[in-house]
Every structure is written in C-alpha cells, then in structure tokens.
Unconditional design. Structure first.
Length: 340
C-alpha cells in the first residue's frame, strides 16, 4: 500500500529510497549525454556502412535485451527485421543463461548485445558464434567486463556503458555491489586476461561486414571465461539493472546513434540532446521536493494506488513505451498493469 504521507515529505522519501531510484531518475538526462559521448569516442559517429544489414539481432539479459529489441523494432518502423535472441538455461540467474544465433544468421546481419553487467558467461560465447559466422557486432556493456574483451577480440565495436554519476555505499552503478571494484592487493582481479592462439589469428584482410567494418574470415576468438559474478540487483529483494532509472537510456542511446548511421531511423546528435534536455525538465517538474498538487509523478502514484491500470496506447512506439511502463510498475512497484 502507498503511504501518501511520504509524497510531500522529501526527507522521508529519501530515507525510503534505499536503492537510489529517485536520484537515478533525475540523472537520466546526464546519462544520455554521457552515453552519446562514449558512443562517439568509440567510433559510432564515424561508421560508413555500405547499405543496411539484412536483420538486426538483439541479445541481453532480462529487460536489457527485451526492451532494447522492442524499442528499436518500433522506432525502425519495420524497415528491417529486429529480432530478440531469447536466452535459455537451467535457471533464470544470469550466470545460467545461454544465447544462440538463429541458423540463418551470417555476414549480412548485425548482432547487438546490451547488458549493464557484462559478466554473463553466455554472452562471450554468443560473440564467438557471431565471429565464426561473420556477423557484424556491436555491444554496449561495462568497459572492463569480460564481454568487452571478447568483443574486442572478435573485432566488434564496443561502447562502454555510461554508469551512474553517484553511488550508494558499496556500489559501482547505484544498483548493488560493484562487480569490477579494484580488489585488495592480496586478491586477484575478477576478470581473467583473454588470449588468442597464434594459429587461430585471422590471416589476410577480412571481407566487409554488415557495417562496412572488417568481418572475420576464419578462426575464432579464444578467451578465458572467468567465474561468473552475479550482477548487482539480482537478489530476490532487489531489481535487475535495466529496471533501474537511467540504465535503459545508457544502453539505448549508443544504439540509437548506431541505427541512425545505418539508416534505420533519424537520430542525429541534436535530437539526442533534445531528449536529454526533456528528461532534465521532467526531472525538475517531478522531483521529490515538488508538491503533489503540481507534481505529475506524485499525482499518478496516488491515482495508481489500489488500482489496476490499463495503459492505452496508439502506434508502435507508444505501444513499446506502454509495455516498458507496465514492466516497470511490476518490477519496481509490484503493481500489475495491462498494456493495450
């Protein structure tokens, strides 16, 4: 049940917000700007693809994969297929998940990996599959994760995840224990170095891939898979990374720049700056210090208390947003909702 007395008590709200969700939502605009800068520095803005890929395949744990695929598919307007590679495994824990390319995937296709963690053992294996088949590869993940090393070895494009600018005690991204924190001097680091046997190095210039980047012609990346560290937010009483405020924006922004470069949508830097500015204005209008009677977020929270909302949408982009909102209500507030 919602305690409406908290709504107009900013200090009480801050004490109740043990996961830092309010501050995370307020910094969404900043994470869009940081993510755009990371993508530009990684070379997304310099891509000159020779035509569009035949299909875009999206992989990632939980909402990172499903929401990214849903939104990219809606924004592309059906110009090319955007498909989610659903994970399989013996348990829902990220360490037990596995991903596999469809049998038809090849050099004409683009694989996109989005994850706020990067230590899932199944994702480097997916990268190896993509390398063997010659798929173009782009990933958004923490820069020092095992996945980042695997993508680099596979000659893919790696964009470091824009992390939160603040941290809760003992956290790296505001979601839980930092999986890549510097270990004490007497402990080894969490990630193992990656290696490639000399005889497996691709020989000669590889053919062009779906992004106009060199695609592999033979061999495959060989990397050591370190023991999996469960990502922050996977405990039963917590939420997964992509459900946290700002995380989806950090994952989605570089991919919007990517699909702009390959001609699927129009998302120039000026448009992303406008998105960031709009998020800032919403954060100001809906902040915890703003009174309920002038605060749309607090008013909506009070109206949703004890209700079963029906989220009525029109059009593919609005429908994807409605599904995202319904998912957030379930994962963060424990409230059922119907998206139509």
């Amino acid at each position: 049940m919602l305690d409406e007395s908290l709504l107009d008590a900013p200090e009480a709200l801050a004490r109740a917000d043990t996961r830092g969700l309010l501050r995370g939502a307020a910094e969404s605009g900043a994470r869009v700007r940081t993510a755009a800068r990371h993508a530009a520095e990684a070379g997304v803005a310099d891509l000159n693809p020779d035509g569009r890929p035949r299909a875009v395949l999206v992989a990632g744990p939980g909402a990172a994969g499903s929401c990214t695929a849903d939104l990219l598919g809606a924004l592309s307007g059906g110009n090319i297929p955007v498909s989610l590679i659903g994970p399989t495994g013996v348990a829902p824990a990220p360490g037990a998940l596995r991903w596999a390319l469809p049998g038809w995937a090849g050099p004409l296709d683009l694989l996109v990996i989005a994850t706020p963690d990067g230590t899932e053992p199944g994702l480097p294996r997916l990268v190896e599959q993509a390398y063997r088949r010659g798929c173009a590869l782009v990933a958004v993940a923490p820069g020092h994760s095992p996945l980042a090393g695997a993508v680099a070895q596979a000659r893919g494009l790696m964009v470091p995840l824009a992390t939160s600018s603040y941290g809760l005690p003992g956290t790296g991204t505001g979601t839980g224990p930092a999986p890549y924190a510097t270990p004490p001097p007497d402990e080894p680091p969490n990630t193992a170095p990656t290696t490639t046997r000399p005889e497996e190095q691709p020989q000669g210039p590889p053919p062009e891939g779906a992004l106009g980047e060199p695609a592999p012609s033979g061999g495959h990346p060989h990397h050591a898979t370190p023991p999996h560290i469960e990502p922050p937010g996977t405990a039963p009483d917590e939420v997964t990374g992509p459900a946290l405020p700002g995380t989806l924006w950090a994952l989605l922004t570089p991919l919007l720049m990517l699909v702009d470069r390959i001609g699927l949508i129009s998302a120039p830097p000026a448009a992303l700056q406008q998105v960031a500015d709009r998020l800032d204005r919403v954060a100001e209008r809906c902040g915890p210090a703003i009174a309920t009677y002038t605060n749309p977020a607090k008013t909506l929270a009070a109206e949703l208390a004890g209700a079963l909302p029906l989220l009525w949408t029109e059009g593919p982009v609005a429908a994807a947003s409605g599904r995202r909102f319904a998912g957030l209500l379930a994962s963060l507030a424990g409230r059922p909702a119907l998206a139509a």
